[in-house]
Each structure stands twice: as structure tokens, then as C-alpha cells.
Design a protein around this ligand. Structure first.
Ligand SMILES: *Cc1c(COP(=O)(O)O)cnc(C)c1O
Length: 709
């Protein structure tokens, strides 16, 4: 080894550290491969955590491993790609928006679903925030995120022999995560504090780099805090409503203060759901302390805040009693110079109704210059819900618009799928995901033959099935099921495979498929046209009805008539989701309308050639065009829920029997289901350019972020 080579390896080792601490690797499979090759076992056992892998390997080993030139060059190539990504100047944002502007968008969210190794999310809201951030980076927005560091994360799910969900909260060690404590030059943590009641609660923060964006995760686990304050940020949505208010104080008020500690002055504050709405009161306090009048201060706050609502039913909005707020906000309220009823009035629909609770959505709506729902239907439902608050009789006049959600396509793409698109479209396409022209080409069988799409589908289905066989082995033992059957008989690689995975909120009606049980058993067991289902999902720890739904489906999966044909995968997370959304042929979604504000899981399947089979709710009401998947039910909401359930279940099975199954199994002499593949092409062409976060974030820029006076 000579000195020049030594320098090269040292630079690459230094580069690996840079790479591991930037979640850019979560949407770059070549970067992931490097960490996987360094230690395959650690990669798997750490839930694919690049930092955990790197810290498990000595410097000596790295030096030795990088003496292998191919490996060194592989690392250098990825680092080059990473550096080019980070320093790129001709980003969409720079090209699209005018001039140097000093804009900074601060995006506040109670959860961020960025990767399976960082358990600071519970479901769709977090995954959306994570995907939003990744696209903000890809598009080059000046963007900073704010959330909480939950050291116990969200719970891990295991299933007992009776199919009942059990929850555990493993402690995560921040030192082993792709996060870094935020410190000053002397290495001391940078802290800030908030008043809770009359106590002062201090917090530090961890920095998460997501490409070019940064997220700050606030953490009250500090020695100077009383023990119960150290627990505030322990769990995602943990505890009772007292904990909830305290979390929201840290997130909203603490979040703004922390940005100030870092000398950041965002030009837009985007509240992703109402949890962070207290930030408007902290901004109000800042303005009042500069001796603005109350009116001028409120106007300033409104000019700088935008709000996205995600909740289509009144009961879903955070509401707190006057007593609770009086108790927890008294110190802060005094610094704001407000009386209790004054403070309460900001969160009340009728400002002087002393009986009314404090609603975070009302606060956010009152203090934002713009608000939006997350699909067209949800925008409409939100306008109807808040017409009274805005004092108008015609919902069309309510100032709530909509931007339909999307997904970060590269982050959800299986490597097999990525290779497929690289081969068929070339390397440049990944920068232009929202361009319709790219996806119009997909309808050209000259460019992409049916046979190639069918081969991709078979490959992805096999990948899923092998994953399921691997994990079900341990799970069946825990569930007390007989595992003497050969592992290879779990799921059939030739069968039409339906996926259903999401939080087990009851409105999502997970067991609806089984409503006509005998008919379903017959469909699944048809020897010529078999059908199989893969389920996953967690119920909220306090939602016994959701847990009973899980138990019901686990029961079916152990029923001899369905064993190996219906499976329930434990511990739904981003990793389980990634396997499922790429492997299934059909994604089933049957919520009770109009409860699914948008839904995003169905968007993740499209790039892989899966097809949606869904109620006309949320995004699918806009996405479905009659040829790019299937719809369940019509555009009606019955008052009688049981009747609606029965109608939807019957509708679902009829479409399945009469359309979905025949189309999948109708093969030509080469074994190819031509009509099915045509439907896949229609789905890709119409859905990919619309339902992705590049389109969504650019809508936020055009409609909200950059529309400031
Ligand atoms: C995508 C995703 C969700 C959201 O799915 P919905 O269809 O919107 O319910 C929830 N959890 C995980 C882990 C996901 O990946």
C-alpha cells in the first residue's frame, strides 16, 4: 500500500460516515448495498440501519476491507453521486422560483416516517411527512423540519396464540441511529426551554439529515428536568391528554424557540395537522414582545403560517378542556400577557363561549393565511365541516383548499423495480418523475414489452413470498400455529395476491373482505384460479375494537380452510410495507367513506405494476378512471352503516369474481394476461405523474409557500 492509496481509503471511510448520517441512502439502493456488504447480519438485525452497521466495524477492518479495489471504487462512485446530489444548483426550486429570496420553509409534524430504523412515526401522517421532506430535498427547497425525539418510539407488535396484539416499547439508543445531537462549538448540547404550568422544561435536539433538508427532533430527556417531564417525549402519541398537551407545547412553542436558538427565521411555518398549532401562539408572543399591537401581531402570524388538516370527522380533532389548558399553559400565558379566557378564545369556534373546549384545528385555522385538505373530497368535507366556524352558509366560500397527497416514489421503490426502469427509461428519468411525457411512453409496447412487465410482476411476487416464508416461520411459533407444514407451502407464487396493510383504525374495516365467509373460502380455494391475501397492521394500544379486528383475521389465517392462503404479518412498519407494496398484484382498500382523507399506501404499488382495488374515497376518487384499477361501490354514503358495509362487501366480491380474477387468469398462448397488463400500463401512465410527492411539494410551493405578499 502506498501513501496515495492510504489517503484514498481514509477519504472513503470519512465519506462513509457522512453517508451513514444522511438518510439520502434510504432512497439509493447502491448506498444501501455498501452497508449491507459491510455486515449483512448487522444490516438485518438493526432493521437496515447504516449507522449501526458502521459503528459495529472497527477502523482496522474498514481499512482492510477497502483495500479491495472494487469495493473501494463502488464506495467512491456512490460518494460522488451523493456529493453531486448535495451540491446540485439547477434544482427544480432554483430554476422555478425567482432570484435569491432568503426563504425558509419550516415544516412541523408530530411524526416523521423516514425509514424503518427510526421509529418516530405511527402511520400515514408520519410517512407523508417523511416523503414530503425527501421530495423537498430532491426539488431543492430551503426546508427544515421540526418534530420530537421519541426514545421509545412507537410500539412493536407481537401476536399471542389467541391472535391478540401485544405491545412493547424497546428503548432506542440515539447513538446508534442516523441522528446527531445538536451541539455548540464547544460540544455542549444546544438547549431551549418552555414553561409547562409554572415549571421550566428544558430540551435538546437531534439533527436528522434528509438529503439537503434537516429535521430537528426535540427531546426533554435531560438531567435538569423532573422525571415526569423527561418522559414527555418518550413515546409517539404516548399517554393521556396531559402528556398530549405537553408534547404539543414542546413541539409548537419549543420548536419555534429551538429554531431561534439556531438563528433560523423561517418565512413559512407549515403545520402538518393541528398538533403543532401552539407554534402560532409563540410567534404571537414574539411579535407582542416587540410591541406590535395584538391586531398587527395576529396579522403577522397569519401571513407566515399555513395549515394542512388531515381529519375528516369532528371527533378526530384534538380538543382540550379549559382546566387542562389553564393548568399547563398558565406560565406561558402570562408571558403572552393574556387572561385564561383570552387564550382559550383562540381555540374556540365561538370565541366567547366559556363552555367550549380548546381545539387545535380551530387555533390553526384561525392563525393561518391558508389551509388545505389532502384530497379533493377531503377538501370538500372540510369546507362543510368548518362553514360554521368561518361564518358562511355556503361551504364553497370556506377558505380551505386541497392538495392531494403523494408518495416519494424512489424511497418506495424495490431495487428490482428500479433496475427495470433504469433498463427501460434510462438513468435520467429519476429527476423527472412528475413529467407526464415520461409515463406516457409506458403505454408503448415497443419500449416495454408485455413479457417484461409480466416478468417483473412474477419476480416481485416471488420476493414478497420468500420474505413472508422467512418471517412467518418465527411468527407461527409465537402464535401457536402448527408449523409442521413445509415452509414452501405458505403462499403460492402463481396465485393472484391481494395485499391489505394499514393502521387497524376501525373505519378502515379490515375484516370486510370476509363478511360472506363461505363464498370467500370458495374463491380462495378455487384450484384453477387461486386467490391469496397478505394482511398487516397495528391497532392503537387503546383501541380494543381494532385489536379484535386483528384477532379475527389472525383467526382466519389459522383456519385449516385458509391456512397458508391468508397470512397476517406482525409489526407493520415501513419495511413490511415496502415488501408488501412491491409484491402484491392487488391492493385492497375498503374504508368507510369519507373517513380516509387521502390514503397513500395504494399509491406506492403503482410503480411496481400493482393495481388498486378501492372504495371511492380519498385519493382513489380522483385517481380512478375506469381502466386503471377497480372501484368498490359508488359515490354514495348511506346513513345506515351496517347496510353500507353489506353493500360494499357484496360489491367487492362481485367485482373480484367477475372482473379481477378472470382478467388475471385469462392468458394467451404465451401465458401472458394481455388485458391485465394493459390495465397496469393505464395505471402507471395516469397515476405515477400525479400521485407522487414531487408533484405534491411543487403544488405546496406554487399554491402556498411562495404565495406571500
Ligand atoms: C404508507 C403507510 C401508511 C399509510 O397508509 P394508508 O393507506 O394511508 O393508511 C401507514 N403506515 C405505513 C408503515 C406506511 O408505509
Amino acid at each position: 500500500m502506498n501513501a496515495a492509496f492510504m489517503l484514498r481509503t481514509e477519504q472513503a471511510i470519512e465519506g462513509l460516515h457522512r453517508l451513514a448520517y444522511n438518510l439520502w441512502w434510504t432512497w439509493n439502493p447502491k448506498a444501501q448495498d455498501i452497508f449491507k456488504m459491510l455486515s449483512e447480519r448487522k444490516w438485518r438485525s438493526s432493521n437496515h440501519n447504516a449507522v449501526a452497521v458502521l459503528l459495529a466495524i472497527s477502523h482496522e477492518e474498514l481499512q482492510a476491507r477497502l483495500c479491495e479495489r472494487e469495493f473501494l471504487e463502488r464506495i467512491e462512485n456512490v460518494l460522488q453521486e451523493f456529493d453531486a446530489y448535495m451540491s446540485r444548483q439547477d434544482t427544480w426550486y432554483n430554476v422555478h422560483t425567482e432570484g435569491p429570496d432568503g426563504r425558509l420553509i419550516a415544516y412541523f409534524s408530530a411524526e416523521f416516517g423516514l425509514h424503518e430504523c427510526l421509529p418516530i412515526y405511527s402511520g400515514g401522517l408520519g410517512v407523508l411527512a417523511g416523503d414530503h421532506t425527501k421530495s423537498a430535498s430532491d426539488l431543492g427547497l430551503p426546508f427544515v423540519g421540526v418534530s420530537l425525539f421519541y426514545r421509545n418510539g412507537y410500539f412493536q407488535q407481537t401476536l399471542g396464540p389467541d391472535g391478540w396484539q401485544h405491545e412493547s416499547y424497546p428503548l432506542v439508543d440515539p447513538k446508534l441511529l442516523p441522528v446527531q445531537l445538536v451541539t455548540d462549538e464547544a460540544g455542549n448540547p444546544i438547549t431551549a426551554s418552555v414553561e409547562i404550568g409554572h415549571s421550566i422544561v428544558t430540551f435538546h435536539a437531534y439533527r436528522v439529515k434528509v438529503g439537503r433538508a434537516v429535521i430537528y427532533l426535540l427531546d426533554t430527556n435531560r438531567p435538569e428536568n423532573d422525571l415526569h417531564y423527561r418522559e414527555i417525549t418518550a413515546r409517539v402519541y404516548g399517554g393521556d391528554s396531559t402528556t398530549r398537551v405537553m408534547q404539543e407545547i414542546i413541539l409548537g412553542i419549543g420548536g419555534v424557540r429551538y429554531l431561534r436558538q439556531l438563528e433560523l427565521q423561517p418565512t413559512v411555518y407549515h403545520m402538518n395537522e393541528g398538533h403543532s398549532a401552539f407554534l402560532t401562539l409563540e410567534l404571537l408572543r414574539e411579535r407582542l414582545s416587540r410591541s406590535d399591537t395584538r391586531e398587527a401581531a395576529e396579522q403577522w402570524v397569519r401571513r407566515h403560517c399555513v395549515f394542512t388538516t388531515h381529519t375528516p370527522v369532528p371527533a378526530g380533532h384534538d380538543r382540550f378542556t379549559p382546566d387542562l389548558l389553564d393548568h399547563l399553559m398558565s406560565g406561558f400565558r402570562q408571558s403572552l400577557g393574556l387572561e385564561h379566557q383570552d387564550l382559550m378564545s383562540y381555540g374556540r369556534e365561538r370565541r366567547d363561549d366559556m363552555q367550549e373546549t380548546f381545539c387545535m384545528t380551530v387555533l390553526a385555522l384561525r392563525m393561518s393565511r391558508a389551509a388545505n385538505g389532502v384530497s379533493e373530497l377531503h377538501g370538500q368535507v372540510s369546507r362543510e365541516m368548518w362553514a360554521g366556524f368561518f361564518g358562511v352558509s355556503d361551504p364553497a366560500q370556506v377558505p380551505i383548499g386541497h392538495i392531494t397527497n403523494g408518495v416519494h416514489i424512489l424511497g418506495w421503490m424495490a431495487n428490482r423495480t428500479r433496475q427495470f426502469w433504469l433498463k427501460h427509461l434510462g438513468a435520467k428519468w429519476i429527476y423527472y418523475l412528475k413529467k407526464q411525457a415520461i409515463w406516457t411512453q409506458v403505454s408503448d409496447p415497443e419500449l416495454i414489452p408485455d413479457e417484461d412487465i409480466w416478468a417483473l410482476r412474477y419476480g416481485l411476487r416471488r420476493d414478497l413470498i420468500e420474505y413472508v416464508r422467512r418471517v412467518m416461520r418465527h411468527q407461527y411459533q409465537r402464535m401457536g400455529a402448527d408449523y409442521s407444514v413445509a415452509q414452501d407451502s405458505i403462499l403460492n407464487p402463481d396465485a393472484l395476491t391481494i395485499g391489505f396493510a394499514r393502521r387497524f383504525a376501525t373505519y378502515k374495516r379490515a375484516p370486510l373482505f370476509f363478511k360472506e365467509f363461505n363464498r370467500v373460502v370458495e374463491i380462495i380455494n378455487n384450484p384453477d384460479r387461486p386467490v391469496q391475501l397478505v394482511f398487516a397492521g397495528k391497532a392503537h394500544p387503546r383501541d380494543d375494537m381494532g385489536k379484535r379486528f386483528i384477532q379475527e383475521i389472525v383467526g382466519y389465517s389459522k383456519n385449516p380452510a385458509l391456512f397458508g392462503k391468508v397470512v397476517f404479518l406482525e409489526n407493520y412498519d415501513i419495511n413490511v410495507a415496502r415488501h408488501m407494496i412491491s409484491g402484491v398484484d392487488i391492493w385492497l382498500n375498503n374504508p368507510r367513506r369519507p373517513m380516509e382523507a387521502s390514503g397513500t399506501s395504494g399509491m406506492k404499488i403503482v410503480i411496481h405494476g400493482g393495481l388498486n382495488f378501492s372504495i371511492q374515497d380519498g385519493w382513489w376518487r380522483e385517481g380512478y378512471n375506469g381502466k386503471n384499477g377497480w372501484s368498490i361501490g359508488d359515490d354514495a354514503n348511506l346513513a345506515d352503516q351496517d347496510q353500507q358495509d353489506a353493500n360494499d362487501a357484496a360489491f367487492l366480491l362481485a367485482i373480484l369474481e367477475n372482473e379481477v380474477i378472470p382478467e388475471f387468469y385469462d392468458r394467451d398462448e404465451f401465458g401472458i394476461p394481455r388485458k391485465w397488463i394493459q390495465r397496469i400500463r393505464n395505471s402507471m401512465e395516469t397515476l405515477i405523474p400525479q400521485f407522487n410527492t414531487d408533484r405534491m411539494v411543487s403544488d405546496y410551493v406554487n399554491m402556498y409557500y411562495n404565495k406571500q405578499d
